[in-house]
Design a protein around this ligand. Structure first.
Ligand SMILES: Nc1ncnc2c1ncn2[C@@H]1O[C@H](COP(=O)(O)OP(=O)(O)O)[C@@H](O)[C@H]1O
Ligand SMILES: [Mg+2]
Length: 272
C-alpha cells in the first residue's frame, strides 16, 4: 500500500493566497451596512474570490469602539479554527487599496438549502426547531423556525463563545460543497452579554458531548501563553479576552446552551 497522499489543509492554502495575493476590487456588495467589496486575490497562478472590508468603511456603532470590526472578524475566525468546526471562512487582516481591513474567502452559497422557515402552525415540524413567533404582516403571525442541523448547533455554541450580537439568517451560507459557513462577525467579543441570534432552538438544552469536548480544549487554548490566547491578545482587549474565558468556563459549568438574558433583544432585526 502506498503512503496516503499529503494534502495541505485547504484553509492554509487559502490563507496564504488571501494574505499574499494581489487584491483587485471587482464590485461593491450593495446590501451591506459597512463597505463590503467583492474582490479577487491572485498569487503564483492561483486565484480566489473574496470580500474585503476596509476598516475605513466601517460604520461607527454606539456599543463597539470605532475601527475594531475587522479585528473581531479575524478573532472569530481564530476561535472557529480552534474548535475544529471550520465554520468561519478563512479570514486575514491585511492592507488593500482602501487601507487595512479584513479579507475573507468568498463562499458560493447553495440557494437550494433552506435553514430558516416560517410555518403557519404552533409546532415547528420534524427536522425544525422553533425560534419564536414573528409578525409576518398586520394580521398574521407565523412561527419562525431553523433547521435541526448539527452544524447550526455547533454554530450556536460558537456564537455563545464569541458573544455574537448579530447572527442573522443571511449570515448563514450553506456552501455548494455541502459545508456550512457563517459570516459577518464584526460585532462579537463584547464584554457584556450581547448574544443576539436566530439559533435559539436548543436554548437551555444540555450541550452535546462533542461541544463539551471542544469547550474543554478551548479553555486550554485560551490559557495565558497558549498560541490562541496570544493571537487573540493582538485582536481584542485584555478585558474582552477575560470575558471570553469566562464565557467558556460558564458554558462548561452549566453544560447547557444559553438562554436569552432578557436584557437585550434576543433576535436580530430584521432576522434575515
Ligand atoms: N465570505 C463571504 N462569502 C460570500 N458572501 C459574503 C461573504 N462576506 C460577505 N458576503 C456577502 O456580503 C453581504 C454583506 O456582508 P456582511 O458581512 O453582512 O457585511 P456588514 O458588515 O455590512 O453587515 C452578506 O450578506 C453576503 O451576502
Ligand atoms: Mg451583515
Amino acid at each position: 500500500m502506498s503512503a496516503p497522499e499529503r494534502i495541505p489543509p485547504r484553509s492554509l492554502t487559502s490563507l496564504d493566497l488571501l494574505a499574499e495575493g494581489e487584491l483587485t476590487v471587482r464590485g461593491r456588495v450593495r446590501e451591506a451596512s459597512n463597505a463590503v467589496l467583492f474582490c479577487t486575490v491572485a498569487h503564483e497562478g492561483e486565484e480566489a474570490e473574496c470580500v474585503y472590508k476596509p476598516v475605513a468603511g466601517e460604520r461607527p456603532l454606539w456599543d463597539f469602539p470605532d475601527g475594531t470590526l475587522a479585528q473581531r472578524e479575524a478573532a472569530a475566525y481564530a476561535v472557529s479554527e480552534a474548535t475544529g468546526w471550520g465554520l468561519v471562512p478563512p479570514t486575514v487582516l491585511r492592507d488593500g487599496p482602501y487601507g487595512p481591513g479584513m479579507v475573507q474567502l468568498w463562499i458560493e452559497d447553495d440557494p437550494s438549502v433552506s435553514l430558516l422557515a416560517l410555518v403557519d402552525d404552533d409546532e415547528p415540524g420534524d427536522g425544525w426547531k422553533p425560534v419564536g413567533l414573528a409578525q409576518v404582516d398586520e394580521d398574521r403571525t407565523a412561527l419562525l423556525v431553523h433547521a435541526d442541523d448539527v452544524r447550526l448547533r455547533r454554530l450556536a455554541v460558537l456564537d455563545a463563545v464569541i458573544n455574537n450580537a448579530d447572527r442573522k439568517g443571511g449570515h448563514l451560507l450553506p456552501a455548494v460543497d455541502g459545508r456550512l459557513y457563517a459570516i459577518d462577525h464584526g460585532v462579537t467579543f463584547h464584554v457584556d452579554d450581547k448574544l443576539r441570534t436566530l439559533l435559539w432552538g436548543w436554548a437551555g438544552r444540555p450541550l452535546p458531548t462533542e461541544a463539551l469536548d471542544v469547550l474543554a480544549r478551548l479553555e486550554a487554548d485560551l490559557a495565558e501563553g497558549a498560541a490562541l490566547a496570544t493571537r487573540l491578545a493582538e485582536l481584542i482587549t485584555p478585558a474582552e479576552l477575560a470575558a471570553l474565558r469566562a464565557r467558556v468556563a460558564a458554558l462548561r459549568t452549566s453544560g447547557r446552551h444559553p438562554e436569552p438574558s432578557g436584557r437585550w433583544p434576543a433576535i436580530p432585526w430584521p432576522p434575515v
